[in-house]
Design a protein around this ligand. Sequence first.
Ligand SMILES: Nc1ncnc2c1ncn2[C@@H]1O[C@H](COP(=O)(O)OP(=O)(O)O)[C@@H](O)[C@H]1O
Ligand SMILES: [Mg+2]
Length: 497
Amino acid sequence: MTAAQIEVLVVDDNDDDAVLIGHSLSRAGLPVRLTRAETSEEVTATLAGRPVDVVICDYNLPGVRAEDVLVQVREHDADLPFVLVSGQVGEEKAADLMRAGARDFVLKDRLTRLAPAVQRELHEAAERRRHRHTEQQLRQAERLDSLGQLAGGIAHDFNNILAVISGYATILNEELGPDHALHADALAIEQAAARGSGLTRQLLIFSGLEPSRPELLDLNVVATDMQRVLSRTLGDDVELTTMLSLNLPRITIDRSKLEQVIMNAAMNARAAMPSNGRLTVSTEVVRETGHVCLSIIDSGRGMPPEVAARAFEPFFTTKGRGKGTGLGLATAYGVITEAGGTISLDSRPGEGTTLRICLPPAEIAAPASTLVRRPPSTTGRILVVEDEDGVRDIVGRILRRAGYEVHAADDPVEALRLVHDGLELDALLTDIIMPGMYGTQLAAELRKIRPALPVVFMSGYTSGSAPGGEELPADAPLLHKPFQSENLLNALHTVLH
Ligand SMILES: Nc1ncnc2c1ncn2[C@@H]1O[C@H](COP(=O)(O)OP(=O)(O)O)[C@@H](O)[C@H]1O
Ligand SMILES: [Mg+2]
């Protein structure tokens, strides 16, 4: 039992009895504070006015029936302990009251029983509340789960649509050239599509539907590579500083998800520094644990404790409808914990915010990859398999413009037929989720004929365990729709060489 004061509401018409009740409780060492009520109005007023921990009610009240007080109390709070005290009560009556929800029943000449009864009731009520709280959390988790499924369900189609919009906007842009009067309009379309895809991606990552491709990374390299995009996000009036500890152990995490986390933090920092400020990105090793940490420190307005306490909650936002989604930190939390790390906030109003991400060091340090960059060559025969006409067309146009020879099929069976009929190809570019056969299965089939066939997958999303779907082969990159034409061309170039 905690030493906190116990608020007791005594419903009794008799002063002396109320005093006796109070005495018996304090004598037993319970730190009680008593409020007395005689009428049902007084009971209502007390319950409304202040928190009450336990109600002790006399059975023989002149103005009100104990049964009615009980109903009143139950309506106010189903878990509030209710103990009946009485000089005389028939056994039957007592049984009725217990059935109606009175938790215990003490005779006035046996008041020594009262304190243990109150203590037990308080304990049980706390248990019931804890239980209810757990149930609520479970329900919340279930809600989030179905939301995730919903998001996953539309994300596929939605990303296809965005791929078409952004693909054509890019072509428009290039055709119009920077001096054309409509160039800015086409650019705006491209940017809006990019924002749409950012939002879907956030939802997919958040709901765990986006498969992770963990890789061995140097946090310093990620932080350095992101400098350019960060400074663009932050704008001119935020000063960006990067402070790196050298020779970090490497970590294992999905790179694009980690970048999303850093981006989310930067956007929050940006919003907290409306006029100007400083953002510091720093890396370090925690000597005791070997964990590698990334801190993102802003000089913004900070958070009051009640906001900080809820900041990681999904859909919690202080930014108002249409401005914030409340998914930024929730997503960050999901990504970092999935990778075995921790994420925490330190913030005070007016003093800025530090978001700290710590990741465990990768067990085996693999040799640094030696990446040889070649000049992009864009010749070769590409088989594009995609069931969405719009996506297939735009991908075809991007590839042809770059110099590739493009063959298109609108489903895997058609693709297999083309190959059996003698089509020679240098690479396969395929959607994953298509009717009849998954792109992964198609790739496996074609690799039976040509084991080293270069393959690039594109997908609105893949749930790693799609029924009948195969694991993505490690040597085949996955492009998330909608993709920039630059990324598509890079991916193809990489697998072709
Ligand atoms: N760097 C920060 N400075 C001040 N407040 C922040 C910062 N980061 C997050 N917050 C608070 O936490 C809330 C939740 O953040 P987030 O999950 O990214 O959702 P959103 O940005 O869409 O509101 C924000 O609305 C804001 O009140
Ligand atoms: Mg945010």
